[in-house]
Write a protein that binds this ligand. Structure first.
Ligand SMILES: [Mn+2]
Length: 285
């Protein structure tokens, strides 16, 4: 029994299968964690969802911004931009209701105490303790899953999801503000300012970042960093950048952009002949 975590799959079904073969993933015994963004960009997004769903309890994912966007489309979100073909294929598939129900039940944050490991797509709220972030996740999951709030969820996803405010959780005036703050941190954040307010413009690597911007995981006062193993994706341009923060592992190595799909061994590694935190990658060219 081993646990692996892999980075953003983005509909790259062939590379997902190749990577699972490379790590000798055993569907009966091993567990696969994913940093989210299962869909979009890659043509086989539908196949990725179907495959991951079929893994049942052996598969753990958090939601990424592209997954949330797909849920918003499913609930009627529309804009001038047409959905990509691979997302449209999911929306048109006979499985869409079942798959979206499955996706909608996924968390934004996953914490396993026995492994001292936190899984998130983009980032952990820069000023929140782990307990506060887990509470934020719980509120979101309650909102996304409660049958009697379906109309509200539609309203939120269609009209109130987008936007960068509030910058601080204490500035949230409504539940929608709280949801947006946490969703933004969990699924979109790369940088924050030195006071810990998320900043969303610049997406490049830290060595060229604007002044007074720090990667969220490098904020000195971050309450979770260095205490837990943190596993995240989302930030493809970090692929070749050395993070150099203890216990922080970045896994999105840009498969969607012709880079690599990466896995890391989290638990049960030595019995399989792997080192703890050993990384594996397949090319996505
Ligand atoms: Mn993402």
């Amino acid at each position: 029994m081993a646990t692996f975590v892999i980075g953003d799959i983005h509909g790259k079904y062939k590379q997902l299968k190749e990577l699972l073969q490379l790590i000798a993933f055993d569907q009966q015994q091993d567990t696969l964690w994913c940093t989210g963004d299962l869909v979009n960009r890659g043509k086989k997004s539908l196949e990725v969802l179907q495959f991951c769903e079929a893994l049942g309890d052996r598969f753990v994912t958090v939601l990424g911004n592209h997954d949330v966007f797909l849920l918003a489309l499913y609930h009627g979100y529309s804009s001038d931009k047409k959905p990509s073909k691979c997302l449209q294929k999911i929306l048109d598939s006979a499985d869409v209701d079942r798959l979206m129900k499955w996706l909608q039940a996924k968390p934004f944050l996953h914490y396993q105490e026995s492994l001292q490991a936190v899984l998130v797509h983009a980032g952990l709220p820069p000023l929140s303790s782990l307990e506060e972030s887990l509470q934020g996740n719980q509120q979101l999951q309650g909102f996304f899953q409660s049958a009697d709030k379906e109309e509200q969820l539609k309203d939120f996803l269609c009209h109130h999801l987008m936007g960068n405010e509030p910058r601080y959780i204490n500035d949230a005036e409504t539940n929608y503000d709280r949801y947006r703050y946490f969703i933004n941190c969990f699924t979109r954040m790369r940088y924050c300012d030195l006071k810990g307010a998320p900043r969303y413009g610049y997406k490049g690597t830290p060595q060229h970042a604007p002044q007074k911007r720090t990667p969220w995981y490098a904020l000195p006062q971050h309450p979770v960093i260095s205490k837990q193993r943190v596993l995240f994706g989302h930030w493809a341009t970090l692929a070749t950048y050395r993070i150099n923060v203890p216990k922080v592992h970045h896994l999105d190595t840009g498969c969607a952009w012709g880079g690599h799909l990466t896995a890391l061994c989290l638990d049960g590694c030595t019995r399989r002949g792997y080192a703890i935190d050993q990384r594996f990658a397949v090319s996505c060219c």
